[in-house]
Ligand binder design. Sequence first.
Ligand SMILES: [Zn+2]
Length: 340
Amino acid sequence: MSEMRKNNPWNFKELILDEIKKNGGWINAHVHADRAFTIHPQKLADYKKYSLEQKWDLVDDVKKNASVDEYYRRISQALELMISQGVTAVCSNIDIDPIAEDRAIKGAIKAREVYKDKITIIYSNQVIKGVIEKQARYWFDRGAELVDIIGGLPERDKRDYDKYEEHLDIIFQTAKKLKKRLHIHADQFNRIEDKGTEMICNKTEEYGLQGRVSIIHALSIAAHNKAYREKVYKKLRNTDISVIACPTAWIDSKRKEELQPFHNSVTPIDEMIPAGITVALGTDNIADFMVPFCDADLWYDLKLLAIANRYVTEIDELVKIATVNGRKVLGLKPDDPGSS
Ligand SMILES: [Zn+2]
């Protein structure tokens, strides 16, 4: 025990940071480094005005004119921020779509080359334009070859074409063919009608990809009744699907009048961890149009996740969320910091 902690036994931050260091350092399992630091004060009014679904296209603004070099600079700045906090591995989604084309991933690959001795960097393709529309599909197929982990955003194709399941079929077929892991954004709206996690469990079984799929957010589960939640936890466990919680990204859910079981708008780790589900941590969007106030402070996100779930007594589990579980969802060796 350090001198400081002997003097300040209440200092849980110091205690947890010590343990994280001993366990190989922070793992940030989910960010969007290619759009990092693109917010500015004049855009804050729009942040409130538009929904996430509208923002999927409004962010075209910071993508369409960005050169490979600009993407390289944004991603490098985000990586420097990770390294300064002792993050040993990070997974960033990168837009590879008809707007960004392959400029963001080219900048990302250049940044990985520069920082590879300081941090393990893994990329996943963000399919913000879906995988159904012809051009979007072209860039999805091209992106899938370039990244380490196949990305998914089924809500995008549900919104435009009512094709949630078809989106899943395309990304599952691709992941199977290329023998890559899957990271899927799902159940992020904190709505009782969301049943994406359950559908992903069924698809994982259908394609035989148990242990290779992670869901980013999976927080709408918390809006369902206890019997449904328990059913989904069992399915997650049986298919060995892990969950990446990014609390800052969704704690700002809009006020709604629907009646739901009382809960905070956050991935329900207080129930998932006792149910045997692997949970990792991500900071998600960094100072962009989606989440302007996120400064990718890993300690802040871990603390928020713990407090919002009233999950503050299980220090060992919080350390695992920040370290070993992160390595698992990125497909890294569990005991080998930052190694692939
Ligand atoms: Zn995300």
